[in-house]
Write a protein that binds this ligand. Structure first.
Ligand SMILES: Nc1ncnc2c1ncn2[C@@H]1O[C@H](COP(=O)(O)OP(=O)(O)OP(=O)(O)O)[C@@H](O)[C@H]1O
Length: 286
């Protein structure tokens, strides 16, 4: 409990019950994929490999969509397509109604490892997007960077360098950096998977708090059913060969969520249901 509270930076009043779940399907669509396919040319055999096939997906404004599925089913590829790091070989990917042809400033990315610059301070890493774009960081931007560090519980570490921080702390810096430009959309690719189990739970709760203060549309790739259920409004379940979405489940767990949510009887029911679904698809395809 103590460990968790250490990072509580939002007043209790900010953690109001979240009403978005009921109205999500009526919210405007932020991310829109239709008939999306991704085929890679094989490196050695030159044989084409269909990594993703016929993906249809709408993610609504301020929705938290978890993406889960076996290794190699195309979860990261899906995220890279939405991020504009990759162009689909079939179909279309749109953000706010516009085709995605390159990475956008209003889309933040968080990866498994935060790729911080080890020679810069924590604060300089968080404000790096400003320096990268304009070659300088204004005092207002430094203030904003410090506010974000406070939000993720790292205000006392602003002038340290990344190698002096634990893995969980570095990931917090990565999240603060992704939030620096206040993106509308946050794409997260197994952001907590390199962390130990306790830190991982702690980070999930922290992410929920951050999103309560600064709502975002989130696509969150994970291998953890527990993590997906704790965080998501809906969970897209994927299968491989070819990579595809086989089902999208709505998580009807009340918000605000906390570690107590893990003991909700509905939680274990839904976890079993998702596990069964993932497992049945694996048996068919392997
Ligand atoms: N640039 C590429 N060239 C060729 N094949 C690729 C490329 N990128 C991904 N792949 C292949 O596409 C498939 C899907 O990869 P992807 O990384 O998206 O899966 P994933 O579901 O994220 O896997 P994991 O859970 O293990 O991270 C894999 O078989 C991978 O080898």
């Amino acid at each position: 409990m103590q460990t968790r509270d250490r990072h509580l930076r939002l007043p209790a009043s900010a953690i109001a019950p979240c009403e978005r779940a009921s109205s999500l399907s009526e919210a405007p669509v932020s991310i829109h994929l239709r008939g999306v396919g991704q085929t890679f040319a094989g490196a050695r055999t030159r044989e084409a490999f269909v990594a993703l096939d016929a993906i249809d997906l709408d993610v609504h404004r301020h929705e938290f969509l978890g993406v889960i599925g076996p290794s190699g089913c195309g979860k990261s590829t899906l995220l890279r397509l939405i991020a504009g790091l990759l162009q689909p070989t079939e179909g279309r990917v749109e953000i706010f109604g516009l085709p995605v042809s390159r990475p956008r400033d209003d889309v933040g990315l968080v990866f498994q490892r935060p790729t911080l610059l080890p020679w810069l301070t924590v604060l300089d890493n968080v404000t790096f997007p400003a320096r990268h774009q304009r070659g300088r960081v204004s005092s207002a931007e430094r203030r904003k960077g410090l506010d974000l560090l406070e939000m993720v519980g790292l205000e006392d570490f602003a002038h340290r360098r990344p190698p002096q921080l634990s893995g969980g702390m570095q990931q917090r810096v990565g999240i603060a950096r992704a939030l620096f430009q206040d993106p509308d959309i946050l794409l997260m690719d197994e952001p907590f998977s390199a962390l130990d189990a306790l830190t991982r739970d702690e980070m999930s709760i922290e992410l929920l708090r951050i999103l309560t203060a600064r709502p975002k549309t989130v696509v969150f790739v994970t291998h953890s059913i527990q993590e997906a259920l704790l965080l998501s409004d809906r969970i897209a379940i994927m299968a491989s060969r070819p990579g595809r979405i086989t089902e999208i489940k709505t998580t009807n767990l009340p918000r605000p969520r906390s570690l107590d949510t893990l003991t909700d009887p509905n939680f274990s029911r839904m976890a079993d249901d998702i596990r069964r679904h993932v497992f049945s698809k694996r048996k068919v395809t392997e």
